[in-house]
Design a protein around this ligand. Structure first.
Ligand SMILES: C[S@@+](CC[C@H](N)C(=O)[O-])C[C@H]1O[C@@H](n2cnc3c(N)ncnc32)[C@H](O)[C@@H]1O
Length: 357
């Protein structure tokens, strides 16, 4: 905290000047210094505007208070006032009434996480602040993490404890693709079910007859159970609350979902084992593949379609539909060579695993 230092006899006058010009940092108390001087906390970013009367021999040099003491007014502030004051300081001259209206007055607290409403901080100037905005909000509200409420999926309703489970938005394209697959009558095994990110679209939209959902996080299992009940599909899902590598199922699945990144490789043996022995099935394998930023050359191959619509994964983890799928030619639709190499190596590995069964 910055402060202006003056002799004690000028302290009151200097304080009045600072107050008049709204340069006083009211969050902190003035502090006595050695040698009978006094330090007055100031808003340093506006200090150039300060006009001192000629009789005031105060130096313009600012002093940094190491242990500033919060003022009585600051101690009395509600969290909402504290949030507004801190943001006003952060924005300095760009503060406006429009922004003030955009600052939330209420939020939910979940442990060390503060959950804001969907319509908070929508004005453009907030965007420009980047992480400084969220750092300030967290510190003003005494939280370690800040989240903003939003719609997570158009495929159904999810319920979960945001402090203990994750909801991954990164693969929304893949979730929508799964929702559009024709899985009527199929048995699906979802090895890394989480709170039901894929289990739910398989059951609610793709028409799967039954899903075995495996998940080892007990909080996620509880949320998954509630999500299934909420969507009226609890009777078509068995939750295996355990390490999926120890799953005892075999020879049951038409389709296996392996939604774990960066790699679900440890789940491949069990995925092969649960596939129906006579008819086989489809494995949805998620994997992070490193790609250079350059766009794929136009002559690269397009992966042959699996049953349903083909898709590939972008470096950001977002899935992209192929040109065959949409009928349009898009740059992201072409398979990159590194993806092709990964797919071929994976196919070889899976052949080995299936041969062992
Ligand atoms: C990345 S999250 C879920 C992602 C979700 N499938 C998606 O793609 O949106 C992975 C989930 O798998 C669970 N998980 C990880 N390893 C597991 C294992 N060996 N057995 C069971 N669940 C596991 C984690 O608890 C977590 O909920």
């Amino acid at each position: 905290v910055s402060a202006l230092v003056t002799e004690r006899r000028f302290a009151q006058r200097l304080r009045e000047c600072l107050e008049e010009e709204r340069l006083s940092d009211r969050r902190y108390q003035l502090q006595r210094m050695p040698g009978g001087r006094v330090a007055l906390p100031v808003l340093e970013e506006k200090l150039s505007q300060l006009c001192l009367p000629p009789e005031m021999p105060s130096s313009r040099t600012t002093f940094l208070l190491q242990d500033p003491v919060p003022s009585r007014a600051a101690r009395r502030r509600t969290p909402a006032q504290r949030l507004r004051d801190e943001l006003r300081l952060l924005l300095g001259a760009s503060w406006s009434e429009e922004l003030e209206r955009d600052v939330p007055h209420a939020w939910q607290r979940h442990g060390d996480l503060v959950l804001l409403s969907e319509d908070s901080f929508k004005a453009a100037p907030w965007e420009r602040l980047g992480s400084a905005l969220w750092d300030t909000v967290a510190s003003a509200l005494g939280a370690r993490r800040v989240a903003r409420r939003g719609r997570v999926m158009p495929d159904g309703m999810y319920t979960f404890d945001v402090t203990r489970c994750m909801f991954s938005m990164g693969n929304i394209t893949e979730k929508l693709r799964v929702a559009s697959l024709p899985c009527s009558g199929e048995v699906v095994v979802d090895l890394y079910a989480g709170i039901g990110y894929f289990t739910l679209p398989f059951l609610v939209h793709a028409g799967a007859a039954f899903v075995h959902a495996c998940e080892w996080n007990s909080h996620a299992v509880e949320a998954l159970h509630r999500t299934l009940v909420l969507n009226g599909v609890r009777d078509r899902c068995h939750i295996h609350s355990r390490d999926c590598r120890q799953l005892q199922l075999r020879d049951v699945a038409d389709r296996v979902n392996l939604g774990l990144i960066p790699s679900s490789e440890e789940g491949w043996p069990v995925a092969c084992r649960v596939l129906k022995k006579d008819t086989g099935g489809v494995l949805h394998i998620h994997h992070s593949v490193e790609s250079p930023p350059a766009p794929a050359p136009p002559q690269s191959a397009v992966l042959p379609a699996e049953r349903g619509s083909p898709e590939t994964a972008s470096p950001g983890g977002e899935a992209q539909h192929s040109a065959e799928d949409s009928g349009e030619e898009t740059p992201g639709a072409r398979l990159r060579p590194e993806w092709q190499r990964w797919a071929e190596a994976t196919a070889t590995q899976l052949q080995g695993l299936l041969a062992e069964l």
